[in-house]
Design a protein around this ligand. Structure first.
Ligand code: PCA
Length: 206
């Protein structure tokens, strides 16, 4: 099995993105599955192009996208991506779409095709704070998740795909009193656990 794992670069004035740091520390093989790492820019449009290029080049069996959701308490696996952009801040090249669909011809939403509940349950069993999220927001992360699922649907590719949001790192919270954080090592352990559940689900259905 091959898993493309994407991670966003820092955005919104931050100098770090936990997603990128988790990706850098992720093993290159998990339970026999090859991990293909890809750092992507927090830029509407371009981010989907980069992910689609990587899917074409590597033909993965699954695509797991990682991003930061500052303020969330634990690792959240997204259930749904909506066909909508509503950016509260500019992306990394200054684009700020407000109330626009992502794809004129697309459905209102796509559900993740990852084993969302199993991924969350195994992280919780490992003692980590994790949950299912019913909104990936309407910024670049939701855009990437929707764009990848829309591409896979159009091409009829049997590839599991979805998105995992990570909280702030403790090092990012110095100027944000009271904001929840999670140490990098716990996030890495969470990702390895979640991807192990994904490999198990894939193995059982193939
Ligand atoms: N988080 C943002 C975009 C990039 C990232 O890591 C989001 O949740 O949309």
């Amino acid at each position: 099995m091959r898993i493309l794992v994407t991670a966003f670069d820092p955005f919104g004035g931050e100098t770090r993105n936990p997603a990128q740091e988790v990706l850098a520390k992720l093993p290159r093989v998990i339970e026999g599955a090859e991990i293909i790492p890809l750092v992507v820019p927090a830029v509407f449009g371009e981010v989907v192009d980069r992910a689609v290029d990587a899917i074409r080049a590597h033909r993965p069996d699954a695509v797991v996208c990682l991003g930061q959701a500052g303020g969330r308490r634990g690792i959240t696996v997204e259930r749904v991506a909506i066909n909508w952009m509503d950016a509260g801040i500019p992306d990394n090249i200054g684009q700020q779409p407000v109330d626009e669909p992502i794809a004129q011809d697309g459905p209102a939403a796509y559900f993740a095709t990852l084993p969302v509940r199993a991924m969350v349950s195994t992280m919780r069993d490992a003692g980590l704070s994790a949950g299912i999220s019913l909104s990936a927001g309407a910024f670049v992360c939701n855009h990437l998740m929707y764009g990848v699922l829309h591409y896979l649907e159009r091409e009829q590719l049997p590839v599991h795909a979805g998105f995992i949001h990570l909280p702030y790192l403790p090092e990012q919270a110095g100027d944000k009193a009271g904001v929840p954080t999670m140490p990098l090592d716990d996030m890495v352990r969470g990702l390895v656990t979640a991807l192990t559940a994904l490999v198990a689900a894939h193995t059982n259905t193939n």
